[in-house]
Every structure is written in C-alpha cells, then in structure tokens.
Design a protein around this ligand. Sequence first.
Ligand SMILES: [Zn+2]
Length: 462
Amino acid sequence: MGQHGSALGSILLGLDGFEVTAAEVIDDEWRLEVQTTATAVGCVACGSQARLHARRTVRIRDLPIGGRPVVLAWRKRVWRCVEPACAARTWTEQTVAIGPRVVLTERARAEACRRVGKDAHAVAAVARDLGVGWATAMRAVRDHGQRLVDDPARLDGVTVLGLDETSFLRATPTAPTRYVTGLVDVEGGRLLDVIADRTARAVTAWLGARPRSWLPGVDTVALDPWRGYASALVAPLGHATVVVDHFHAIKLANTVVDQVRRRTQQATFGHRGRKHDPLYRIRKLLLTVAEQLTGRGRARLGVGLAAGDRFGEVAAAWQGKELLRAVYAAGDLTGARVALDRFYRWCDGVQILELSRLARTVRAWEVEILAWHRTAGCSNGPTEAINLLIEKVKRVGHGFRNFANYRLRLLLHCGVRWQTHRTARLRGRPPVLGGVEPSEEPARLPGAEQTVGPSDSMSCRR
Ligand SMILES: [Zn+2]
C-alpha cells in the first residue's frame, strides 16, 4: 500500500487516533496493520519528552469491512523516559478505542450489543460475524448493555403503569412453569423492567426501590386480574386508579371459550381435537370478535357448532365472551353497568362450570373493570405489543436459563431507546419544487427493489 493508499485506508477504517500502515486480504479476511497517530508523548511521571523504546504487536478483531472480517495488527509503542532520575522507565501506550487485553475493539463490542439488543439477533450469529466466541460476544452485550439498562432516566415519565405476567421457563417433568412479571410504560409502549416472580412481594420490592418522586407520577395501573398484584399496589400506589384493561379481561374470556370447546370435544368424540373435527376447525373463529366475522365466517361457525356442540355449551360460552366484550365496548359507565348485569344474568342462566368461574372473577374485579370507563379507556394495547416482542426474543434465544441474561436481552430489545444514525436515501423522490408535488413517479430500474431502506441503501446499483 502506497502513501496515498495508507491515508485512504485510515479514513476508511475510521478508528479514532489510528492510522493504517499496511493492508492485505488473507484467507478472505482483512489484515490491517495499524498504529496510533501519537508520535510524540510526554512521560507519564515527569512530563519530559519520551522516546520510542520498542514495539509490541497485538491482534484485535474489528467491524467487518465490505463484508469481510477484519483483524487489526496493532503495533503498540512502548515508550521510555529519558530522564535517568525518573521512576517511570517504560510504559505501553493505551487507547479508549481498544481496551486492555480484549479481542474486540470497543466499537465492535458496542455493535455486538446493538445487534443482540436492538435487533434481537442471536448471540451466536453475531459472534460468528465478528469472528469471536459466544462468551466474548455475550460479555460485550453485558458490558455495553448493562449501562443502558441501569440508566435511571429510562424509567422517567411513567403515568400509566402496566403489569403483566409472562412465562419465563416452560414446565419440566420436575418443575412447574416459571412466571415473571413485566412492568410496562403503557403510554410510551416500552418495557420498564422484568421481575423474577409474579408475587405481591416481588412487585412491592420493585415499587419500594423507586425514587420517592417516581410513584406520585403514576396515576393509573393497568393489570392482569391477579389478586397478588392488586394487594402489592395498595400501599405505594394507593393514589392510583387500578384498571383491569380490555386486553386482559378478553384474554380470560377467550380462555373460557377454549376450555369449554376442549371439554365438549373430549365428551363428544372421546379424543382431543383433530384437523377434521368440527369444533377444532372453528377454534379460531370462536375467538374472533363478532363484528369482524365475515358472512362466510359466520356460516362456518354455525356449521361447526351444529355438528360438534351437542348441548350448546360452546355457543353459550362464546355468547358469554361477547357479552363481556360489550362491557368494554359500552359508551359510558352507565352502559357498562347495564352490559355487566346482562353478562352476569347470562352466566347464571346457562350454568356452565367454566363460565360461572369467569363470572366470579369478574365480580371480584368489578370495580377495576368498570374503572376502565373512568380512565377514558386506558389501553393495554402496548402491553400486548410488548408481549409479542418478548416472544420474539425468547424464540431467538431458544429459551433462556439465566434470568439476568433474559432480563437484559428483553430490556435492550423493548426498554431502551437506541440512537441510530439516519442515512439519506440514495434514490428517493425528486425534491419538491415551489411546494408542488411532482406528479410523475421517479423512474425505477427494471427489477430493482422498490423501496430502499436505511439498511440496504448502499446496495443500490450504480
Ligand atoms: Zn519521566
């Protein structure tokens, strides 16, 4: 590489305080020889000009260049103090870009954290791309991620707090399913924290650890109808309105429809639902919101029930679910009360075990259910959205064993705001002239991708 080449190489590498002195491709990897640009330094002890004593080469991996893995051979300088009386003698140069005794540059470690955290990529895949082991990649995620997760400002500005249980570990032959509690900023749609338990004590401890000014800011708590949560909230969040939101109530009702369908299936056909069983075929239609059923859907539902629901219990459970939905759909509190009475009367009338149990739960949570209308329909939709993100992280991680890792990965994926560099579009709409939108679409290359997002903007053909 010539002198100009070396300057260009340094620019392309873009590693602060470093320059490239040689570059070659070996085994499809870039081997870059680099050194710092610090040619004159003062002694660390006495300040007099130091002299170059020796060089020591260390090898570190960096971000890929042009899709090729990169190995930096850093020719580290060892400096020596020329003052005979000075105690410093010799020392090796240090930089923030490359930590001591690491195998990855700090920016590659930060990138590992961003990919695993923000993008929810598997640690193994990121490790492979960077040419390091799983443990090295995971250590980078932990070192860079923990700071982001521990930032107290992350929890600022919460007015509607959502509590939700999700499963962490599946049941095994020797242990039951382990649940954790997710705490959600319902308005901001982000995960605040994950607690290793779903007990009142765990939630109380978390609330107790908040700064004094945090709790008064929360005016509404939206939760899963789980008594433990409510009792945990009484003291620290006594001022807040507790709401059982639409999402969780309907989830309970849907579970009842499923239970009755499965019991009827077993009683009628003597086996679990299979592909051609009439009730099994309508299992999803049964959970569809009535207004969203198409004419064909309604007809299929009717046929399935006629063939498989001999005692009309599935239909009755379905009706119960729809009546509970009507409570939430009501325009105001008065309407909700009327709808609730209709729901109770229906459950009392049809006498189905599962539905009666649901009615008891609803009675126990009546105040919180009706509070939905007092808080102008506070929505737990974001909780549902975050549950989907949690499922994604779990799927990528192939099940977690370690709770600390699990919490870190979840919070990095849906609890942290990431700064991302916004790239300009290479081919976009032509500039708007004089405020008039051009009527013609920009010409496209035949067969070219229609949209060019920030991530693939560099793949445009020249
Ligand atoms: Zn010195």
